[in-house]
Design a protein around this ligand. Structure first.
Ligand code: ADE
Length: 224
């Protein structure tokens, strides 16, 4: 997979890719992530990428021309499956969306800023609009990092234990069961006996029951 991220603030976005699982995925060559600073495609002497909105109103709008220049250059080099725009009015990211996007090959992710992008960018270039939740961030960068993390960890070979993404919360529309590690008795609180029996079919059944119980209690909406 290859991900090209277009942003006015690459420095806000880079660190999640320089640590832990994402870093390892990049080092293993399982994903390439490229950052494109929109200012490198700016117009005029002032390196302009945004302007006041027509009709008046507070807040700047990212202009179409630098975005067009950047996207067009990328598209000359390869085909893209999706041009994703991070925006609070997009459809909400969930595990199903992450699973689907993780199967794609080449992605462009565009981060909005200020009041967002000129509507014509969305009309002409964007194939999909994604929000990470019903709240407003200062820009799309942190949302793009969340999206990338959710898809990159699903790529084959990224997680050490290949089955572990399959048993994540949400992977079957259920919350994950509780997990425990040593010590089995900590200041009098004990690990459920069943987990120490070594009876794996029974343990699996217990986990399924726990997952169902937790979901019923904490997120009944997932069962609807
Ligand atoms: N940009 C600003 N807020 C956002 C959100 N909630 N999701 C995605 N992109 C955003």
């Amino acid at each position: 997979m290859r991900i090209d991220i277009i942003t006015v603030l690459p420095e806000l976005l880079k660190s999640p890719f320089e640590a832990s699982i994402l870093k390892r995925a990049i080092e293993k060559g399982l994903v390439e992530v490229h950052f494109h600073n929109l200012r490198d495609y700016s117009i005029g002497n002032y390196k302009q990428v945004d302007d006041y909105q027509f009709g008046g109103g507070a807040g700047m709008v990212l202009m179409i021309e630098p975005i067009d220049k950047c996207i067009s250059k990328l598209k000359e080099e390869r085909d893209y499956d999706e041009v994703i725009y991070m925006t609070p009015d997009g459809s909400t990211l969930n595990q199903g969306v992450a699973n689907e996007i993780s199967l794609k090959k080449n992605l462009i992710i565009l981060c909005g800023h200020y009041k967002g992008v000129d509507q014509r960018v969305r009309d002409l270039f964007v194939t999909r609009e994604i929000s990470i939740g019903d709240y407003v961030l200062s820009g799309g960068e942190l949302a793009a990092a969340v999206l990338c993390d959710s898809i990159i960890r699903l790529l084959p070979g990224v997680l050490n234990d290949e089955t572990s993404a399959l048993t994540d919360t949400f992977q079957d529309n259920l919350l994950a069961p509780p997990v425990y590690t040593r010590p089995s008795n900590y200041k009098g609180t004990e690990v459920p006996d069943i987990l120490l029996t070594g009876d794996f079919p029974k343990i699996e059944k217990w986990r399924e029951e726990q997952a169902m119980e937790r979901t019923t209690k904490l997120r009944p909406d997932l069962l609807e």
